[in-house]
Design a protein around this ligand. Structure first.
Ligand SMILES: Nc1ncnc2c1ncn2[C@@H]1O[C@H](COP(=O)(O)OP(=O)(O)OP(=O)(O)O)[C@@H](O)[C@H]1O
Length: 444
């Protein structure tokens, strides 16, 4: 087996949070919190997740635009193939330890494309110079040779050699992204990191650029890390996909398998949000409520448990899953004093007479998607008691009895990675008992 072009191991990027007169560190935003993946030669790995889950931070840490807090980025391109770990455990191809010369060389072999093609170019620099300047920086002094290379590249990305002397404002967004591709390719890199390269473009143009990326990848034998929040875009260009949630990879595997047999509830939810669901996909209609929690204070246990539709019920409990999700949401909102009984009362009153307490109770259940009666008598009693306390104005006591009675194993333990098929892993407690992930040979 040949080694991967890129091996990322336990990569972390934490941003310090500072406060006060002395700018003391009071915490950290764990934007990327221990991610690992490989990209083989010629392969495209997608990195997908909602806004704020850490995709861009992961990209900029891999390509060393930002120094990672911890972890390894082993790049076996640029003719550095075949290197093995030193006796002290470090790896000579670990980008995070590169000196200036090695970093310069790495910047030749790994290029990045950004979301907004308009801000990628200096309006005063001609397209030819924008694409050719990297050749100059990397030592090609022959102007005619540079020009020939740039002309050839412009044609390969679907523009004309004559575009060389034009300026960025003369091009549309899609054309600018073509120029950005030409610029990324000019040093003949082994790896391209594309951060949402089509999300700023019209849908009609997106398909053209995606197909161009596919063609160029074959032509140049490139490996790609392709970042997107859009599962349907991922499907068009990626061989494998890593699903990211709140700084962690929760599922990774071959694209087709992830689409037809997703194992992590977060992946299911992302897939079900695709506007035209694939008929072969096994899920649909899961609404991802709320936003990604803050990476400054991520939820305990499985980070997705605060939004998960499959959040586990404790041993011995077997109620309707929607009721269970609703009860957890209710407990959390009461816990932060965000169930406003007066507001509920006003909302109902808006449609007629002063509501009764039982109408208020019913409305709160409805708001949290909890049935009129929860099928477990003990939980039903706790819920009724909590609703009574809320109506009496004692939200603190309501919060206490709810948090004593309603707990999920998902908040208590971090899930391990489990293997579902070769190369397909996910981290969800529901899969416990299945095979744990094998150690990766790249770690040796
Ligand atoms: N310099 C910074 N200081 C503190 N927190 C940061 C910094 N940069 C990013 N973050 C936080 O890290 C988290 C991840 O951000 P990131 O931009 O990587 O996410 P993303 O998935 O790429 O989102 P988007 O698609 O919106 O760009 C966010 O919560 C963000 O607020």
């Amino acid at each position: 087996m040949t080694e991967p072009l890129l091996s990322v191991r336990d990569l972390k990027k934490h941003y310090p949070i500072r406060k006060g007169l002395f700018n003391r560190k009071v915490g950290a935003a764990r934007a990327v919190d221990g991610i690992s993946f490989d990209i083989e030669e010629g392969e495209t790995l997608g990195l997908v997740g909602e806004s704020g889950c850490g995709k861009s931070t992961a990209a900029s840490s891999v390509i060393h635009l930002e120094k990672p807090t911890a972890g390894e980025v082993i790049f076996n391109g640029n003719g550095r193939e075949g290197a093995t770990r030193d006796p002290d455990g470090t790896h000579p191809n670990d980008v995070t330890e590169f000196d200036d010369d090695e970093m310069m060389e790495f910047r030749r072999g790994a290029q990045m494309i950004f979301q907004d093609p308009s801000s990628s170019f200096d309006p005063r620099v001609s397209v030819g110079n924008a694409v050719g300047e990297l050749l100059k920086i990397h030592g090609m002094s022959d102007r005619h040779r540079r020009r020939a290379i740039v002309e050839d590249l412009l044609e390969r990305v679907g523009l004309s050699a004559n575009d060389l002397d034009r300026y960025p404002h003369e091009f549309s967004g899609g054309q600018k992204q073509r120029i950005a591709l030409a610029r990324a390719l000019v040093l003949n890199p082994d790896l391209i990191i594309a951060d949402e390269p089509v999300s700023a473009l019209d849908v009609s143009i997106q398909a053209e650029i995606l197909s161009l990326i596919n063609d160029l990848q074959d032509e140049f034998g490139l490996s790609l890390l392709f970042i997107s929040h859009d599962m349907s875009v991922i499907r068009q260009v990626c061989d494998r996909v890593a699903v990211m949630y709140l700084g962690e990879i929760v599922e990774i595997g071959p694209v087709e398998e992830i689409f037809t047999d997703p194992q992590h509830p977060y992946t299911e939810a992302l897939l079900s949000s695709i506007p035209t669901p694939d008929p072969r996909a096994s899920v649909g209609g899961i609404e991802l409520k709320g936003t990604v929690p803050s990476p400054t204070n991520p939820p305990s246990g499985c980070r997705f448990h605060t939004r998960c539709h499959k959040v586990i019920q404790p041993d011995g409990l077997d109620i309707d899953q929607d009721d269970w999700r609703g009860l957890l949401n209710f407990r959390d909102k009461v816990g932060i004093d965000q169930v406003d009984v007066e507001q509920v009362r006003e909302n109902i009153a808006g449609s007629g007479a002063e509501p009764t307490d039982s109408e208020v109770r019913a409305e709160i259940r409805r708001e949290f998607d909890i049935s009129e009666t929860v099928s477990d008598p003990d939980l039903e009693r706790t819920l009724s008691e909590a609703l009574d306390l809320l109506i009496e104005g004692d939200s603190e006591q309501a919060g206490t009895i709810l948090s004593d009675a309603i707990t999920t194993p998902c908040a208590e333990r971090e899930p391990e990675q489990t293997v579902h098929a070769p190369g397909h892993e996910s981290a969800c407690l529901r899969h416990e008992g299945r095979a744990a992930a094998e150690p990766n040979p790249a770690d040796d």
